[in-house]
Design a protein around this ligand. Sequence first.
Ligand SMILES: [Fe+2]
Ligand SMILES: [Fe+2]
Length: 271
Amino acid sequence: MFHDFTYRAVLSATARTAWQIDDVMPHDARLDFTRPFLPEALARIQSVPGLSAAERLSLNHVRAHEYLSLFGLIEEFILPFLLDYIRDQGAGDDHRVRALLQFAGEEAKHIHLFKRFKDSFDAGFPSPCAVIGPAETIAAEILQRHPLGVALIILQIEWMTQSHYLDSVRDDGGLDPLFASLLRHHWIEEAQHAKLDTLIVETLAATMRVADIEVAVEDYFRIASFLDEQYQALRWTYLGSGMGHPKFRATLGALYPRGLARVDAALPSFS
Ligand SMILES: [Fe+2]
Ligand SMILES: [Fe+2]
């Protein structure tokens, strides 16, 4: 066993670190738009050429909005997944039932908290920021997959939030204090969720044959590709459709045929 996670230990940890939405984002709190919200390691703004300092800051805010929106979207499928899982497992182990219900309650709280941040963002940011959705449709697409595939995606996401915080947010003193606090409070609870996800994955897999686990892992990749579609769409819209344009190809081909061959070879990955 590569871990010593238990429902009992998670329960006692969550009892010590519990927080309320108002502790993180009081109703009258305002985001400070003169500061960045996301650390550079997550926002990746500095390498974008041709932007003024003010434009870089705005782009950082847009990235932060995107981060919150995508996490909100993800938590919208984690919550029903958990509720189904808890019901399927039934009673028996009191620590397990309580730890999983606590997990579900915390995800509902995160969804609520992220909406409160988005409201504050919308009130202070000059342009509306649209997001993909609706969340229920995306959740339905993901939840039709094998439960072990869904559990693996959730496991990956919850560990990911740990490295986001530890590797970049924790030591960045220049961020808006409210946003940094949101990321810190989220990280605290996600640390316990990742342990519960590990136990869920192990429980689901315990009664499965290797061939069924293979099917579930296939589904994990299907979900990953589905979540990547937004990125692929942008890649096609802003690069692939240009690379494949006959006029562009004609010019490049006349200029340097080997260049056109390279573009042709690269085109499938931009489609
Ligand atoms: Fe969360
Ligand atoms: Fe979580």
